[in-house]
Design a protein around this ligand. Structure first.
Ligand code: BGC
Length: 441
């Protein structure tokens, strides 16, 4: 057997998450949830949202802002009750556009510049002489002290805009709206995107009590039956991407070392779209010494950090052609790496598949930890609503999560469903705003 094949076999063992590990991770995850809830030192921040799941009677038209780190999206959403809604207007703008010469997520941009840009996008959706309540989905850790007040904790997903530390997010937004002379929009609620996914899905399907994002970033929120603040049910944003009791490999360590915040967001760095392409790239480079891409004159290109993204991995994973011609196309036309052999492409496909499977199993293990906390003997039905490009677009990803849940939960696995929630951030923010308005009455 050649060296490349031997190394691929070793990698398969290294990246495999077996059922025993799934159980251990689930157990440790549950324990760290409990520590976080009890105010003990824990990688899980367990941030309160000040929200319960919706009654499904929420109605009204609301402006929503979705700030996820890649795009800013402004929606005008009308809630009709009982899970129904209409999106009347929709604007989406990238936060970084090299062709248009701007980048609001680099350390060269300030919070004020970023929020001025966001306020300008809001300005393109609103009509004159109309008042709007705005729900804001802000997909980063925020320490909330109420439904409409949240202090920025830290950036993740390698974003570096300065001047955010300790700031109240909706006050930053309100100040920018004022600078842009927009006087008819009032921020009324702030939520995390995981909370948005949970709210939106439970507006339609009441068994939903877990909301998760498997996209550029990763995180999960759930309905805590006894919130430490009120002892009543409340949705908690766990910031689970920071969970760290995990079977790290040398590749994970290498990625972490070179990242913006070493030691932080270790689960997110193993599972999310922003990082899994980089893991495949790091592994591919470590395979150079057993001949990977030896016949390519451009193999050095593979040494470019963050060359590969989730979309590349999807393509590697789903190429079922005999000569892996889709991968050839992608390598040559997209990445400018010519001269790959069939063995190279097979190896890249295997590495991508292993990383994606590991991601799905790790995520599923955290869901099991949550389920064991909220309903240890699984007496009730639970739906886990998931948004994000990995879950939506990566072939086989959702199936792997479901398979892992079913295997670990045995017969009781039938009590747990997973479902895609699209536009959860927009709909969820509208629901949160409707709830905020009712609170004021
Ligand atoms: C953020 C979370 C967010 C997740 C998904 C993570 O990097 O810390 O707040 O929910 O990405 O967007």
């Amino acid at each position: 057997m050649n060296n490349l094949l031997t190394k691929l076999q070793e990698l398969t063992t290294e990246l495999n998450i077996c059922p025993g590990q799934v159980n251990t991770i689930a157990h440790n995850f549950r324990q760290t949830m409990l520590d976080g809830l009890r105010g003990k030192h824990s990688p899980l921040q367990m941030l309160p949202s000040y929200l319960h799941t919706p009654s499904q009677n929420e109605i009204g038209t609301f402006l929503t802002l979705d700030f996820g780190g890649t795009n800013v999206r402004v929606l005008l959403t009308e809630l009709l009750g009982q899970g129904k809604f209409i999106i009347h207007a929709h604007v989406s703008k990238r936060l970084k556009d090299t062709n248009a010469h701007y980048n609001y997520i680099s350390n060269q941009s300030t919070a004020d510049q970023l929020f001025d840009f966001i306020a300008t996008q809001i300005g393109t959706v609103i009509k004159p002489n109309t008042n709007y309540s705005l729900g804001h989905t802000f997909s980063f850790a925020t320490h909330q002290t109420g439904l409409n007040t949240g202090t920025f904790v830290h950036w993740t997903k390698e974003i570096e805009t300065t001047g955010m530390k300790g700031q109240d997010i909706n006050q930053l937004l309100a100040a920018a709206l004022e600078r842009q002379h927009i006087t008819t929009v009032v921020p009324a609620a702030i939520i995390n995107d995981t909370v948005g996914a949970l709210l939106a899905a439970s507006y339609m399907e009441q068994t939903t009590d877990i909301g998760s994002i498997c996209g550029t970033g990763h995180n999960t929120a759930y309905l805590e039956p006894h919130s430490p603040l009120t002892n009543e049910p409340m949705i908690i944003n766990m910031e689970s991407g920071n969970f760290n009791q995990l079977p790290f490999t040398l590749y994970d360590a290498e990625l972490d070392r070179a990242s913006e915040k070493p030691g932080k967001q270790r689960l997110e760095k193993m599972v999310s779209g922003h990082y899994i392409g980089e893991l495949v790239r790091i592994i591919a480079c470590s395979f150079f010494d057993v001949g990977l891409l030896d016949s390519s004159p451009d193999k050095k290109i593979m040494e470019t950090p963050y060359l590969l993204n989730g979309a590349h991995l999807s393509l590697f994973h789903e190429d079922l052609t005999v000569d892996l011609s889709l991968i050839t196309d992608c390598l040559e036309n997209n990445l400018h790496i010519t001269g790959s052999s069939l063995d190279d492409r097979k190896a890249l496909k295997t590495i991508a598949t292993l990383i994606c499977t590991r991601s799905a199993r790790l995520v599923a293990a955290t869901y099991i930890g949550i389920l064991k906390h909220i309903d240890p003997s699984l007496k009730n039905c639970h739906n886990i609503a998931i948004d994000g490009s990995l879950y939506e677009k990566m072939p086989g990803y959702g199936e792997e999560i479901q398979k892992t849940l079913t295997k670990a939960l045995g017969e009781k696995g039938t009590m747990v469903t997973t479902s895609l929630i699209k536009d959860g951030s927009g709909i969820g923010a509208a629901i949160a705003t409707a709830i905020a308005e009712n609170m004021e009455i």
